[in-house]
Design a protein around this ligand. Structure first.
Ligand code: AMP
Ligand code: MN
Ligand code: MN
Ligand code: MN
Length: 287
């Protein structure tokens, strides 16, 4: 594989119907190419069932590809997302770890539906299932689509605000993977662990410092700096965190759907030139 430049239209975070996106891996690859993406990773939540299709579609579209996944982790009582890139998607520890992480989603979804029924929204479990592409991966996003379809809310952010976040009727607390395990599943298979969209977590400065320190101590090596989930001020803030903690930087739209996502595949500013891009550490993992 030839050396990969540091200024690159890389999109290393997005979702397909294998988790809570609405496009197939093939449609995403085509859209990525149309938008000028040069290096791509599909990062479905807690699931790598789309990796083969994504890698084949990347090849068919002339895109370079890294294996990807976004793992749900519980840290300091909050949900944190860890993106894995360039890992071995056949590694049994990764495969089993993700299966265990997905396991609680079914019962959680039924409890969410019970909570919604208490405020007069009936049939939410069955309704959400209609939007699910992968029965092992029912998520809050699928409930949100059902609540928009049935006219309870105008869009998915409104559903999250009114129904699906802490203290709201459809919210069910959940324990995901732990940070150390998630990082090790990724790194044992030759990949790099990346803190996803750190600007989205409701941590105090002390908790955030603890997240970055522990993540690094467990072998984590990257942080998303430029992501569809950050404001331009957060690009600057987390570029500084990358420098402070000696982490490589990643870039990804977090694209889910043409109808819902405000940031399209490949449509982000480049990473600041002085940061080490994660793909520089993954040159031998690029397909
Ligand atoms: P889950 O893994 O089931 O807890 O669902 C998390 C997913 O919900 C995230 O990956 C996002 O796709 C989506 N999500 C979370 N918060 C919001 C929000 N405020 N507005 C729209 N989508 C959201
Ligand atoms: Mn999602
Ligand atoms: Mn996320
Ligand atoms: Mn995501």
């Amino acid at each position: 594989m030839p050396a990969v430049p540091s200024i690159l239209n890389a999109d290393l975070h997005c979702h397909s119907i294998v988790s809570d996106g609405t496009l197939t891996p093939e449609d995403l690859a085509q859209r990525a190419r149309a938008n000028g993406v040069e290096l791509w990773a599909l990062t479905d939540h807690d699931e790598i069932g789309g990796q083969r299709r994504a890698a084949a579609a990347a090849k068919a579209n002339g895109l370079r590809y890294l294996t990807g996944c976004e793992i749900s982790v519980t840290f300091a009582g909050e949900t944190v997302h860890i993106v894995g890139l360039g890992f071995d998607a056949e590694d049994p520890r990764m495969v089993q770890g993700l299966a265990d992480t997905r396991d609680g989603r079914g019962p959680r979804a039924r409890e969410m539906a019970e909570g919604l029924a208490k405020v007069g929204i009936h049939g939410a479990y069955e309704g959400a299932l209609k939007f699910v592409g992968n029965p092992a991966l029912i998520s809050r996003t699928h409930f949100a689509r059902f609540l928009v379809e049935t006219g309870h809310c105008k869009d998915t952010p409104e559903v999250f605000r009114k129904y699906l976040t802490e203290g709201k009727p459809g919210y069910v607390p959940h324990r995901w993977a732990n940070l150390k395990d998630a990082v090790s599943w990724i790194t044992q298979g030759g990949g790099i662990a990346v803190i996803a969209h750190p600007g989205r977590y409701k941590f105090s400065a002390t908790e955030e410092y603890a997240l970055f320190s522990e993540f690094k101590a467990h072998g984590g090596r990257g942080v998303e700096v430029v992501t569809g989930s950050h404001t331009p001020a957060e690009y600057v803030e987390y570029a500084d965190m990358a420098r402070e903690f000696g982490l490589a930087a990643s870039r990804g739209s977090d694209f889910h759907s043409p109808d819902e996502s405000h940031c399209d595949l490949g449509a982000l500013p480049y990473l600041p030139g002085d940061l080490t891009p994660v793909w520089e550490l993954l040159a031998d993992r690029i397909q």
